[in-house]
Design a protein around this ligand. Structure first.
Ligand SMILES: Nc1ncnc2c1ncn2[C@@H]1O[C@H](COP(=O)(O)OP(=O)(O)OP(=O)(O)O)[C@@H](O)[C@H]1O
Ligand SMILES: [Mg+2]
Length: 352
């Protein structure tokens, strides 16, 4: 019998939360549960205070699901990103330990958006590769712990090995890459250890052998939630790039993201307008599907550099899906040249 999501949910509903006693579904700790041809994946997202107590629970889940007929692989990732119910503290580092410097990493650029699906991951990957083309040492950190994209985009399914208490990032197309996606495939629960368990991203920043790097590009999840706020407060982020599409709904969210970075005292390095125009694969005609130009106007209004616009083209999506981003796959293409121009502008802003 084929395993279904319903079966797994029923099983999860039979396990109690160690502190509240609620079942795990009611306790709302299960994220991104997926069941695909016998492969069961989920993230257990718990509050910091429950992290320790949840380790045996995550192992119990692993064992129980493994025993279900038809299950071939189980990945359970336990994170404690979530703070208790306290509202996010937006003050720039007040009351917090100062951000911890990452030895040997000169600059850190976070790629953000308010809205999901606007192309952050695509831009992060191509931008990182374009920066590397100019001779810089570049790293790419996939901070989207619930929906990691970089393993696929970078065509990499390697498994990081540990050396001297650090994980060695995966080398792909000449840059160093780290993603939860690299750690999740293994057929066992993945548990973020001890005190660091409270923050998966901090672990990927500080327990990965990034050095030496001129620039570390961080591909953020969408929105302005805990991940973004914690990152700006605990990491010496040099600045953030905002990716947006030109239509109004995306711009409203981009504005929210810019406000968040301003409130947390993170410099805005610039704005990129993605899917600016559509270029037809067949006739080459350019069409303003989302009404291009909104991004540039928004950057002006906010007084931040406009780094450039990228068209919506089939080849851009296809190269990403195939695991060789366009900057590497077709370095002479118009899109790749745009990315190189954006990277050059960014390097100037960063003075690297
Ligand atoms: N300029 C473009 N031309 C064509 N396709 C694009 C372009 N930019 C992004 N895409 C495609 O759009 C989809 C979403 O892009 P991507 O995953 O980079 O967005 P995201 O902002 O990182 O999404 P999320 O918010 O889910 O993290 C992908 O399939 C990607 O290949
Ligand atoms: Mg993404």
């Amino acid at each position: 019998m084929a395993v279904t999501q319903g079966m797994i949910e029923k099983l999860l509903a039979s396990i109690s939360h160690p502190r509240t006693g609620q079942d795990l579904i009611t306790a709302d700790v299960i994220r991104t549960l997926s069941v695909d041809q016998g492969h069961v994946k989920m993230v257990l997202d718990v509050e910091e205070q429950d992290a320790q107590a949840m380790i045996p629970i995550s192992e119990q889940i692993q064992t129980l699901i493994n025993a279900v007929e038809g299950v071939t692989e189980v990945s359970v990732l336990l994170t404690a990103e979530r703070k208790s119910d306290a509202p996010p503290n937006l003050k720039p580092n007040q009351g917090f330990a100062p951000p911890e410097h990452i030895e040997g990493v000169k600059t850190i650029v976070a790629v953000a958006s308010g809205k999901g699906g606007v192309g952050k991951s695509t831009v992060s990957a191509n931008l990182a590769l374009a920066l590397a083309k100019s001779g810089l040492k570049v790293g790419l950190l996939d901070a989207d712990i619930y929906g990691p994209s970089q393993p696929k985009l970078m065509g990499s399914n390697g498994r990081p090995v540990a050396f001297n208490d650090q994980l060695i990032p995966i080398a792909a197309h000449g840059i160093k890459v780290m993603s939860v996606g690299f750690l999740m495939e293994e057929n066992r629960a993945l548990v973020w250890r001890g005190p660091i368990l409270a923050n998966a991203i901090q672990q990927m920043l500080h327990e990965v052998a990034w050095a030496p790097l001129d620039v570390l590009v961080i591909d953020l999840p969408p929105g302005t939630g805990d991940v973004q706020i914690t990152l700006t407060q605990k990491t010496p982020v040099t600045g953030a790039i905002i990716v947006t599409t030109p239509q109004d709904v995306a711009l409203i969210d981009a504005r929210r993201a810019m406000d968040m970075f301003e409130q947390t005292g993170t410099p805005l390095l610039g704005l990129v307008e993605n899917m600016s125009t559509h270029i037809c694969t067949h006739c080459g005609e350019e069409d303003d599907v989302f009404g291009h130009g909104g991004g540039e106007a928004e950057a002006k209004a906010h007084g931040i550099p406009f780094l450039g616009a990228l068209p919506l083209t089939r080849v851009l999506r296809e190269t990403s899906d195939q695991g060789t981003p366009i900057v590497v796959a077709f370095p002479e293409s118009a899109e790749a040249i745009r990315f190189v121009e954006i990277a050059d502008k960014l390097a100037k802003v960063l003075k690297i």
